[in-house]
Every structure is written in structure tokens, then in C-alpha cells.
Design a protein around this ligand. Structure first.
Ligand code: GBH
Length: 443
């Protein structure tokens, strides 16, 4: 098989804080990422999202560029602090920006897919404990209701959350993302409230009888054992529980994985008492699709990490500029496992892509490694489709080079190069290549 199905959707993805800039415009207040990025020591070279790709002002040209690349769908996120800069205060200027963006997409016939939360939590919520506080669930419901009422008629696909693992574990446990805490009680509480807010938003969406679809995007990283030794297999199972099952199980099986509940409770010396009766059922509210962000795999062996008692070992494949191993067949393994163990719902790859140290040469950006990365991953998607897999679309991360969180502007994931001095956009070779893939609907 070299062709994708006729109705297959090709897209690119971005997120608000990574591209918009205009941090202080039209009534937007700080998110916890503004606070985090402006605190020395958190982000490479002190980079912030204050200006980013200046997409807030350049959205019309950007969407025209997207159209010229043949892209059919655009996944972007809405900035919560633009919509609710203060508790209880809907900001019409913030709402208006996303209507203008949607107008532009409509004009070009590009289908929007909207992420409601891609990590830019309003600072006024962070001040109350952010996702560690159960109040966050209600705030998200209020936000969701505003989005559904404002944009529900014009957005066919809603993604409640982007990568709860990052928003909770990487942010409150590992401390690499805002708010930069290192506390596994906080991290598991945050994960719980994020999942609960997802379920509540799905329930709300159903009650409004809107015509579109709603789901969630998980970052899933398959875990492999470094050897056939049973203790390494057990380590891989824990890593899988940590990265994947902690999120997949409550959504699709109705409860957290028991082995991991025990592991966390033992580690913390206290129960996960933020889980209340009835929560599990809300979290498992039926979705219309599952979004998957895939970048790499993990190879582990029994080891010394205090929480998981494992060590990561190099998988042996080439790595990207992030140091992440290029492991396309892991994508096939992952999709197959989701289908076999979790759900027959439509699946979307809502992010896949790679960072490489790109440079402009005679007005062009040659990025053969990125083309090869994408091509080998598209191949694995085709393989999954061949075996009857229910994969409906594929969004490349990212449309533009952008603010790569703790790495600032030092990592380039775009298929379009951004010159941060001039804000010039230069489609890389991979953008021209992707356009051909979309035209052929195949490799
Ligand atoms: C996504 O995060 C984000 O949604 C997006 O905003 C971001 O810009 C993009 O990806 C690129 O980072 O243990 O070596 O296998 C992805 C975050 C990447 C976190 C893979 C876990 C595992 C690396 N995930 N990572 S490895």
C-alpha cells in the first residue's frame, strides 16, 4: 500500500504560547508559562514567548502560507489567559482574535482542529495551586463552556487537553515545565484534575448537542526492555505505566493501573486521596477519537531512579537534535497496541515531527533528515492502515519553527523556517516534500 485512504486528513500543528507572541496585547494576562519563562534558570538563554513567531499579528499571512503548502487541516490551541484574563471575566478581544483566525481558515478551506489546553494555564489559577487544586476542574469547565458557545458552531474537532503527561508529570513532578515543581503527590493530583476536567468537558459538549467531535491528545512513548531479563521487562512495564497506562487506563478502562497506584502510594507514603468517588466514571466519558503525539521510544533496564527504579539506555538508533531516538517502527507497535488493548475509536496522529539544526543557504533550507524522519513514520502509518487500523489523519509538528518550551528558540521543529530577527518564513525542503505527499495522498 502506498496510498492513504481517500478521506485521510493531512495537517500541521502548533500551540498558542509557542507561536502567538503578543503577550500583553488585547487584555491577555500572564499564564504560568510567562511566569516560568521570565524566571531565570528555567529556559535556555532566558528565552520567553513574549514575541515568539508574532503569529498574533501575522496569522493571515501564516494561514495563506499554510494553504500554499496544500495543508487540509490546522491544529492550533487557544490561549486560556486571552479568553479569561481574570476569574469570571470573558475577554471579547481575546475571543475576537480566534474568530479572525477561524475566518481566515474558512476562507482558505482549511479545517480547524482546536486544542483547548496546550499548557498556558492562567496565572490567576496557578496562584490557587493550578492543576493540583480541584478548583482547576471547575475553571476548565467554565472555559470549555465559553469556547463551545463561542466557537462550537465553527469548530468540527475539539481536543480538550494536549499531553496530560507533560502538563502534569513533566510540570509538577520532573519540574522541567511550568510551574517547575518537583513533587509526585502534586504531579499525580494534577494529572487527576486534568483528566477529570477532560471528562467534564466531554460531558458538557454532549449536553450542548453540537455537531462536531471531541477527544483528547496523549503523548505516548512505547517502552522496551533493554534485555530479555525478567527484571528489565518489569522495568519496562513500570515505565509504560508511568508514561502511557497512567493516562490510557482511566480514559479507556475506567481506572488507574493498580500496580502504578501502589507504586506512587508507596513512594509517597500516603494514599492518592484526591481521587473521589465518581471521578473514574467522569474521566471515562466516551470520546469520539483519540489523538496521539508520537516522537520516540524509551528503552529501559532495572536501575536506580528513586521513583521507578529503572535507568534509560540508548536504543541504538540515530537521534534528533533533541537527543530522541528515531524509532519509526515503535509508532506501528504503539498504534497496534492501542487498537488491540484500548480502543477501536478513530485515531489521529496529532503530532509527529523532529528537530534538526536547520540553516538557511541561498534562501533555502535543506532538511533531508526531517524528510526522512517523516517519510519513515508515514510508512509505519500506512502499515497500520494496511492491517485495518482506524487512523484518520496525521498532523506534522510543527507548521513553524517555534518556542520549544524549556529549549526556547534553540530547537527547530518546523517545516517552515522562522528567522526570529526579521520574522521571515522560509518553507524548508520538507514543506515542499509534504505538499507532494498530500497531493499524491501517498508516498
Ligand atoms: C510535544 O511534546 C508538545 O506537544 C509540543 O508543544 C512540543 O513542541 C513538541 O512535542 C516537541 O517537543 O524519553 O527520549 O523518548 C512532546 C513531549 C516528547 C515528552 C518525547 C516525552 C520523550 C522523549 N514529549 N518525550 S524520550
Amino acid at each position: 500500500m502506498t496510498q492513504f485512504p481517500k478521506d485521510f486528513i493531512w495537517g500541521t500543528a502548533t500551540a498558542a504560547y509557542q507561536i502567538e507572541g503578543a503577550a500583553h496585547e488585547d487584555g491577555r494576562t500572564r499564564s504560568h508559562w510567562d511566569t516560568f519563562s521570565h524566571t531565570p534558570g528555567n529556559v535556555f538563554d532566558g528565552h520567553t514567548g513574549d514575541v515568539a513567531c508574532d503569529h498574533y499579528h501575522r496569522y493571515a499571512e501564516d494561514i495563506a502560507l499554510l494553504k500554499s503548502l496544500g495543508v487540509q487541516s490546522y491544529r492550533f490551541s487557544i490561549s486560556w489567559p486571552r479568553i479569561f484574563p481574570e476569574k469570571g471575566k470573558l475577554n471579547p478581544a481575546g475571543v475576537a482574535f480566534y474568530h479572525r483566525l477561524l475566518d481566515e481558515l474558512e476562507k482558505h478551506g482549511i479545517t480547524p482542529a482546536v486544542t483547548m489546553y496546550h499548557w498556558d494555564l492562567p496565572q490567576w489559577i496557578a496562584d490557587e495551586g493550578g492543576w493540583t487544586s480541584r478548583n482547576s476542574v471547575e475553571y476548565f469547565e467554565v472555559y470549555a463552556e465559553a469556547l463551545f458557545r463561542e466557537f462550537g458552531g465553527r469548530v468540527p474537532s475539539w481536543i480538550t487537553h494536549n499531553e496530560p503527561w507533560c502538563a502534569a508529570f513533566l510540570s509538577y513532578g520532573i519540574g522541567e515545565h511550568a510551574p517547575g515543581h518537583r513533587d509526585w503527590y502534586e504531579a499525580t493530583a494534577a494529572a487527576h484534575h486534568i483528566l477529570l476536567s477532560h471528562g467534564k468537558a466531554v460531558e458538557l459538549y454532549r449536553s450542548l448537542n453540537l455537531a462536531g467531535q471531541i477527544g483528547i491528545t496523549l503523548n505516548l512513548t512505547p517502552a522496551y526492555a533493554a534485555s530479555e531479563a525478567p527484571e528489565d521487562a518489569a522495568a519496562a512495564h513500570r515505565q509504560d505505566g508511568f508514561a502511557n497506562r497512567w493516562y490510557l487506563d482511566p480514559i479507556f478502562k475506567g481506572s488507574y493501573p493498580a500496580d502504578m497506584v501502589e507504586l506512587f502510594a508507596n513512594f509517597l507514603g500516603r494514599p492518592l486521596d484526591f481521587i473521589q468517588p465518581g471521578d473514574a466514571q467522569i474521566i471515562a466519558a466516551p470520546n469520539d477519537f483519540l489523538g496521539i503525539n508520537f516522537y520516540s521510544r524509551n528503552v529501559v533496564r532495572q536501575g536506580n531512579d528513586p521513583l521507578l527504579q529503572l535507568d534509560h539506555v540508548p536504543g541504538g538508533g540515530a537521534v534528533t537534535d533533541m537527543g530522541w531516538e528515531i524509532a519509526p517502527t515503535a509508532l506501528f507497535d504503539l498504534l497496534t497496541r492501542i487498537k488491540q488493548e484500548y480502543t477501536s475509536l478513530p485515531l489521529y496522529i496529532t503530532e509527529n515531527g523532529a528537530a534538526f539544526p536547520d540553516a538557511v543557504e541561498d534562501g533555502k533550507v535543506h532538511d533531508p533528515e526531517r524528510i526522512e524522519y517523516l517519510r519513515t513514520h508515514f510508512e509505519q502509518a500506512l502499515r497500520f492502515l494496511e492491517e485495518g487500523g482506524n487512523l484518520k489523519g496525521y498532523y506534522v509538528w510543527s507548521f513553524l519553527d517555534n518556542y520549544e518550551w524549556a529549549f526556547g528558540y534553540s530547537k527547530r521543529f518546523g517545516i517552515v523556517y522562522v528567522d526570529y530577527e526579521t520574522q521571515a518564513r522560509i518553507p524548508k525542503d520538507s514543506a515542499h516534500w509534504l505538499k507532494q505527499v498530500i497531493e499524491r495522498n501517498g508516498l
